[in-house]
Design a protein around this ligand. Sequence first.
Ligand code: GAL
Length: 425
Amino acid sequence: MNRKNLIALLVMMILPALGVNSAMAADAPKKPKISNGLALTPPMGWSSWNNFAEHINEQLMIETIDAFVSSGMRDAGYTYVNLDDGWQRYKGARNKYPLEFDPVKFPRGIKYLSDYAHSKGLKLGIYSGPGQTTCAGYTGSEGHEKQDAAMFASWGIEHLKYDSCCSHKDAPVPVLKTIFGDMSKALMSQKRGIVLHACHCGWGNIWEWAADLGINHWRIGQDLSDDFDYPGNREGYYFDILDMLDRGVGLEQYAGPGHWNDYDMMVVGLAGKRSKDLVGAGASNVEYRTHFSLWAMMDSPLLTGTDVRSMDSYTKETLTNKEVIALNQDALGRPATRISSVNGLEIFAKELSDGSWAVALLNRGSATADMTVSLRKDLHLPWSKYSIRDLWQHADLGTYDIPYTAEVISHETKVIRVYEVKDAK
Ligand code: GAL
């Protein structure tokens, strides 16, 4: 082993032991064994659950599609408008009831909605699960995977959230692979490409095997509550924003183009305007912006639960920040790693396809702090000069040859993009 390799090996062994990931040590993700060729960047869109739970209908969906266009969400890259649980006609076990849409909520059917979405340059998603019933008690897809996949395809559906409701917690992985693999195969045999989201609370270390079944994203934990930093788990179940972030640390290696760790639907801007099925005390604007910045940095799908028909201007500005979205949608598909964590001050770094890097400075503490990032020491980049752009201020901050220091207020995340500056020859 030469000296360079020996040093690299030591860095890889010592840094994780100190609780620090080396940004430079990240290996390219493995290619999945099977792929539907979809979701080469994390899916972006909206899901009905956080705000509306089961109270969904045709009018809401049409208005949401229209609002995607008028608010600039579509132009910022949000594509999927997803029905969550509650579109189905019957509550009860699938071996007793068929799976049909509720004709009262959706008088013109689901195909009408997907045609409408397509006419606006958007896509429609739907929800089911591998059980006899879904989490809200509607008929599930168990034993009818092929039939349901064909029905969804005939309706023009392009995204399926397939939800186990955190069942099979201790099931052996081969059983889980069959449950989710059956639907994946059924979807892949349709002519229409349908993105598959396996919603399984992160159990059975789903990140280790889901990509090889052709699954495009998988939840890494239980549901996200509308909280920034709630002590413990609400109701012994929900994760707050910081819990979910922590849950993903170390899982970055499993994500890549076509297969993503899913940090759950965003709660940005909900602030109490959520459905009664979601819990939480709400967060501040600064905290929601931190939430959005980090979901983008981690390459989570960006599926918002906010009511896009009535969001305030701060929420809209947060969700449609194209410079932050560009980090999430970068073609390299390499999620950020947490490269340092000291007393609640955390630095995340993400490599981008043009050779630049994104750096997020998160202050989890209760007081304003100065945070410093050294490209040489923290990112192991040999650049002698670099320029910095602040992606929330939308401003170039200048050229640096020393470590960069920023003042970060409590619960804020500063997001910068750094580019090497080469001296003219
Ligand atoms: C939960 C799931 C939520 C939502 C709900 C619908 O299990 O985690 O995101 O889909 O079911 O009943």
